[in-house]
Design a protein around this ligand. Structure first.
Ligand SMILES: [Zn+2]
Length: 137
């Protein structure tokens, strides 16, 4: 089962009335604490403070400016990935638990065993010497 299938129906959205209530409760400011006003030009995102992927089953609980929401999403993805690794759903420990890893075979030593090695020698005959010391004339 993929994560999309697992979380189908769990991501709930706000009604326009709930969204307006959140906007009023935050005085029209970003929910992250940066104190910037929410604007439709930047975009307004209804955020789950605790991500749905980390078990939040409620509706979004604050309105964030899109730049702030994007930064939070980036951090959330890292946290979600870590949670999956720790739950051994992904990563090396998960692969080991599944038994789908194979040991890396040891590299074979291409050399003959010690003592059986031939001492390197000249692979071609020595050039015959021309003797110039003896002359007949
Ligand atoms: Zn903000």
């Amino acid at each position: 089962m993929s994560n999309r299938e697992r979380f189908v129906g769990l991501r709930r959205s706000l009604t326009p009335r709930e969204r307006a209530a959140l906007y009023a409760a935050q005085d029209g400011l970003c929910g992250c604490g940066c104190a910037a006003p929410l604007s439709d030009i930047e975009g307004v995102i209804a955020e789950h403070t605790i991500p749905v992927m980390l078990g939040n089953r409620d509706k979004p609980d604050s309105l964030w400016r899109k730049p702030c929401a994007d930064a939070k999403t980036k951090l959330d993805l890292a946290r979600i990935a870590k949670a999956k690794r720790q739950a051994r759903e992904t990563g090396q420990q998960a692969r080991r638990a599944r038994g789908t890893t194979k040991a890396i075979p040891a590299k074979r030593n291409p050399w003959p065993p010690k003592g059986a090695r031939k001492i390197a020698s000249r692979p071609f005959p020595r050039k015959p010497r021309i003797d110039t010391s003896e002359t007949d004339d």
